[in-house]
Design a protein around this ligand. Sequence first.
Ligand code: ASP
Length: 438
Amino acid sequence: MIKVCKFGGTSMADGITMLRVRKILDSDATRRYVVVSAPGKRFSGDAKVTDLLYETYDNVAMSGDTGEAFEKICDRFRGIVSELGLEMDIETLLSETRAAILAEATPDFCASRGEYLSARIMAELWNVPFIDARDVVKFGADGRLDSERTYSLLGAALKGKKRAVVSGFYGEDENGKVKTFSRGGSDISGAIVARAAGADLYENWTDVSGFLACDPRIVENPMPIRALSYKELRELSYMGANVLHSESIFPVREADIPIRIKNTFRPEDEGTEIVPTSRYTYSGKRVTGIAGKKNFTVIFLEKSLLNAEIGFTYRVLKVLLKHNISFEHIPTGIDTMSFVIDGAEMKNGVLDVVCEEIREAVHPDSLRVISDIALIAVVGHGMARSVGTSARLFEAIARAGVNVRMIDQGSSELNIIVGVDNDSYERTLKAVYEEFFE
Ligand code: ASP
């Protein structure tokens, strides 16, 4: 039995929490490979080391020096090493890191040093070898993970090591430069290590006891979700349930490795188990969870006989492609089609240009832009098995006095996505939660 454990930023925030981590590791001999994040916040209002590192990069770019942000980082790491009473020469490590940042001054390299240093310290604390992600996690020319090289290098590095600590969040691109995943990407690193190790379980240790059926900032005390399928997880985390990076299932999914979300600060809590969809057994619940995000923009197109016009969608998508804009959903009617786009994709007047080019490309009878839309996804395998889910959903939304602006039901019957005005987002989420969970 092999378990790979990833510990997030709050688990690495200071010496005390790192001792908790070691205790968790020592309590189970099958916990063999560990991936760590950079130290996160110790209290609300505290700085995350990764944010300070991006600030360090800005300082270097502007003034040629690492500045105050890097001093704060050094103090964090000095504090951790002294709290742990480790013998390691942290001063040399920090001055080498500073020199390396000045030499390889890219945002990705700077940001990666948080994981590098916390993994070095964790390896020392647990007294096991350190594996630098730069040597084993490789990206291809397209910017995506080069799985073949990564699994072969990482597999070789882990082989023969009973235990090891691997730095999360980054790897190396084809030019030999450090490249990071997107924010929160140590979750992906953990999944990659689990896959390369042929793990039986990927434990993702964080500061909450797993997924909740709804956002606790909006609904008071939502129910915990005990089990989720990969597909449900993907839907929920994509829509904003940010316990786990939404891309982290891909490496483990290929090898059917289950993921368990655990809480470093309440290790006895069961957490949430995420199981391969093929092994998922129906929990009897119609809806597994509800999640959502604000600030989408919808480009709504209407044209008579759109249903018979060949190439309509293709021509609109060509415009989006030209501007490198990714869309989220395309709900369609007979003569209507809407493109739902994350508002952040269309900054600096791009929207007007895109709309003009769409008009030229497809000559719609009308084109309307609806901004400030929030999307709410109601997710669960159970929906396909039970009659009347959407009736209950829309009744609940109507009772809350909210106008539905858009509906999209995935063809997998795993989710129903509802678009409402940003202003009605919280009210809708509460109403839907009450309907299915209370
Ligand atoms: N430290 C990185 C971040 O703050 C990556 C991670 O923690 O997963 O985004």
